[in-house]
Design a protein around this ligand. Structure first.
Ligand code: PSU
Ligand code: MN
Length: 301
């Protein structure tokens, strides 16, 4: 049921470092053609930093770990691909469907394929107004159960960040800011929230991952890697735009799985594309750190 691409199979067999990548960021997170261009650049960045990229998706009822150029292009152009979390993964396989994996489903597939490190943009989390909507991403539960280290630029700033970090603490998920004391907020480096943990090197992150396994603690780690300074959108600029997008979402009655894609698209429009440029830079930055962590993990094994 799990198909490894020849490149990923070779790396796994030779115990070379591999970095998993999700596909929802391609189908629901960015417009075409920037989505496929970014996916290719992220893969190239991982190779340039000594690891093998493994983009994960479900195609015709099969899990694919590592996509060909053609598969990537087809997925990027598809308009109505399912967005799969832990809840939908097996159902999609059972019915021979095609779908893009979110952070939660990507973690499950990566872990089954023996891949321990995963790079993305931002994880899902607790949505604003969750006290009424109960909209909390399955990504948080997944981090508590599946032993994959996820490198993200924090949670997307469209979320209720303090509540997101609280839930992760409750679930026993280590939230580690990379190289700064403060939690980053996706498009911005600062959030005003102190990070629960801080690490400054890939080797420390790899050791912590390894030690959780040794101690038998289930679940993964969240590495919150701040967006590079030159690419960030300060919170004073992005804050009002997020507020506007959130108001528009509730005005149009957007709910459930559509909330995150709607907000990302709306913020893209309201920033004249600047949010996408920042998103691309932070994903590339996360790919570099994830490759370094994957390399260190191999040296520990
Ligand atoms: N990060 C991005 N863009 C995205 C996502 C993350 O930069 O589109 C996706 C991820 O797949 C994440 C999902 O798992 O959004 C969260 O969706 P929800 O809030 O519905 O759980
Ligand atoms: Mn949700």
């Amino acid at each position: 049921m799990i198909n490894l691409s020849p490149e990923v199979q070779k790396a796994v067999d030779a115990q070379q470092p591999v970095v998993a990548l999700e596909s929802t960021i391609i189908t629901h997170g960015m417009p075409y053609p920037q989505n496929v261009e970014t996916a290719r650049r992220v893969e190239a960045e991982i190779r340039a930093h000594g690891a093998t990229p493994a983009t994960i998706a479900i195609l015709n009822g099969q899990i694919h770990v590592g996509l060909t150029e053609e598969q990537l292009e087809t997925l990027a152009q598809s308009r109505h691909v399912a967005k799969l979390s832990r809840a939908d993964l097996a159902a999609c396989l059972a019915t021979g469907g095609t779908g893009a994996t979110t952070v939660s489903a990507t973690m499950i597939c990566a872990a089954r394929a023996g891949v321990q490190v995963f790079a993305t943009g931002g994880i899902g989390g607790v949505h604003q107004g969750a006290e009424n909507s109960f909209d909390i991403s399955a990504d948080l539960q997944e981090l508590a159960q599946t032993p994959v280290t996820v490198v993200a630029a924090g949670a997307k700033a469209i979320l209720d960040l303090p509540k997101t970090w609280e839930v992760l603490e409750t679930l026993g998920v280590p939230v580690i800011a990379f190289g700064q004391d403060e939690m980053p907020a996706f498009w911005s480096r600062a959030s005003g929230i102190k990070a629960p943990l801080r690490m400054d090197t890939a080797i420390d992150i790899a050791r912590a991952h390894h030690l959780r396994g040794t101690l038998g603690i289930p679940g993964g780690q969240l590495i919150a890697n701040p967006i590079p300074k030159e690419a960030e959108i300060p919170s004073s600029v992005i804050g009002p735009i997020i507020a506007q997008a959130t108001a528009d979402a509730s005005k149009h009655g957007i709910s459930g799985k559509n909330v995150t894609p709607y907000l990302l698209q709306r913020i893209f429009e309201l920033t004249d594309g600047r949010s996408l440029d920042a998103n691309i830079e932070l994903v590339l930055n996360n790919a570099r750190l994830a490759a370094a962590i994957a390399r260190e993990l191999r040296s520990l094994a």
